[in-house]
Design a protein around this ligand. Sequence first.
Ligand code: ATP
Ligand code: MG
Length: 296
Amino acid sequence: MSAILKISQLSLCLRYAGISERILRGISLAIDSGEVHGLVGESGAGKSILGQTILDILPRIAVIESGTIDFDGQNLLRLAPTQRRGLLGSEIALIPQDPMTALNPVRRIGQQLADTLVLHLKLNRKDALDRACELLEEVRIKHPRRALRQYPHELSGGMRQRVLIAIAFSCKPRLIVADESTTALDVSVQRQILRLIRELQVSSGTSILFITHDLGVVAKICDRVSIIHSGRILESDAVKRIFSMPEHEYTRALLKATPRYDHGKHQFRPIPKALISTLQLEAKEYDRRIRDSVDA
Ligand SMILES: Nc1ncnc2c1ncn2[C@@H]1O[C@H](COP(=O)(O)OP(=O)(O)OP(=O)(O)O)[C@@H](O)[C@H]1O
Ligand SMILES: [Mg+2]
């Protein structure tokens, strides 16, 4: 299968108040066409920053130091800003974590869906609203006509997340970055939303980078997974292999730290502090090697 996204040796730092903090350290990762690829790691590992780099929505203090991001054969980092922006929402879309902040509170759901369709698919307003209604049906919103006229606060959290999913899939993007898209939802709604994302992904053939800190979610929706810590990918492979024969010590620790509801005897164990210290030292060592090679 061919890769729709191929990231090679991507390094990035944040520069503020006279200091430079490296966040991504030589990231390499490939996502195949039609694949759901999990990106898993603890808080602060650099997951969202990596997603924002792909989407080109980084904070202003971020500086990409090296690397390439090939999307459909072209290096995104070489594109002109206008070309890059043109891809956002149409070819590469986002399902964010928090629907309340992602949706505009003072615009009706229908208007917000139609905005995307008018902008990217150049539909007229009436056709866009008709299509918006179909999209709400596709994400199983029960009364789509009524929902079109409602404001975000009138919908439940699960319904709002369905609207964001409809927006993300509306322009048939090649790649979706889903950043903790189900984290804020309770377990049963989360299960429904994961099922919905998978169904839409299978029928559309869209690839997804699924960012989460939860290996349980990975098991439900991903084909392959990459494990990230301190901005470094430690291990990347098919979900089955990673779960049955994890190679990296950190992956093994993450699995032990994941509650398993299907295993009566499974003992939850926190990630050992010594292992975290080792990984942090390795990250510093990486930074030292980069500094030495620049100074040489
Ligand atoms: N806008 C910003 N300004 C300053 N630091 C930032 C900013 N965004 C991210 N960082 C820092 O970059 C590092 C990586 O952050 P990132 O948001 O990518 O983590 P994450 O893996 O997504 O964590 P979480 O699971 O909590 O969402 C963290 O140390 C974070 O504090
Ligand atoms: Mg994050």
